[in-house]
Each structure stands twice: as C-alpha cells, then as structure tokens.
Design a protein around this ligand. Structure first.
Ligand SMILES: [Cu+2]
Length: 116
C-alpha cells in the first residue's frame, strides 16, 4: 500500500516535469539563442559568431533593460526594436556568412554563418 502510494507520486512528478519542459520549448522554438550581455560596460553578443543550417532561426534575448535593434548585410532583415524581456527572432533561408550589428550599440557585432 505504502509502496504503491510512492510510485503514484513518482509518476505524477515525472508528468509535471514533462509539462514544464514542454512549456519551455513552446515559449521559444528558435534553433539558436544568442544572449545579449554586458562586457566591461558595453553590450555584446555572448556568442558573436554562430553557425546554423539553412532554414533555421536565431533568437536574441537578454536580461538588461536597454532597447536593441538589429540590422545586417542582406539577407538579414532589420528586426523591430525590442527591449528585454522582449526578444527578436529571424529565420535564415539562404546559405552564406552574414555580418550584423545593433544599430543602437556599436559594440554589438557578429556574424551568422548559414550552411546549406
Ligand atoms: Cu543593442
């Protein structure tokens, strides 16, 4: 009886964990997430150079409260201005190396290498 009670709790716990993981995935389905951080007082991309595959998406996020607006060489499409906890997401459908930056913070520069 006692053993059975513990097993029920165990399964319930697993279900709850699955639900939480599922919700986290639903919150952002981006293939690659790039955090905006401060380094020596300047905003930078935690990972300035990333590599993804054609068709994948990138999400920029941060924990500060400054606005950002990203732009880059074509085919990068300018993002709307966003302020964390707001994010920006972009999907890349063309292979190549794309340089991009934040139009508000010159210290934020990076490249996205899109592989076929
Ligand atoms: Cu910025």
């Amino acid at each position: 009886m006692r053993k059975h009670w513990f097993r029920s709790i165990g399964l319930g716990g697993l279900s709850a964990m699955g639900l939480v993981l599922g919700l986290q995935q639903a919150a952002s389905a981006a293939d690659k997430k790039i955090e905006i951080v401060r380094k020596a007082g300047r905003f930078v991309f935690a990972e300035p150079n990333v590599t993804i595959n054609v068709g994948q998406s990138v999400e920029w996020w941060g924990t500060d409260s400054a606005p950002h607006q990203l732009d880059g060489n074509p085919p990068f499409k300018p993002t709307p201005e966003f302020t964390p906890p707001g994010t920006a997401t972009e999907t890349f459908d063309t292979a190549g190396v794309i340089k991009y930056h934040c139009t508000i913070h010159g210290s934020m520069q990076g490249t996205i290498t899109v592989l076929k």
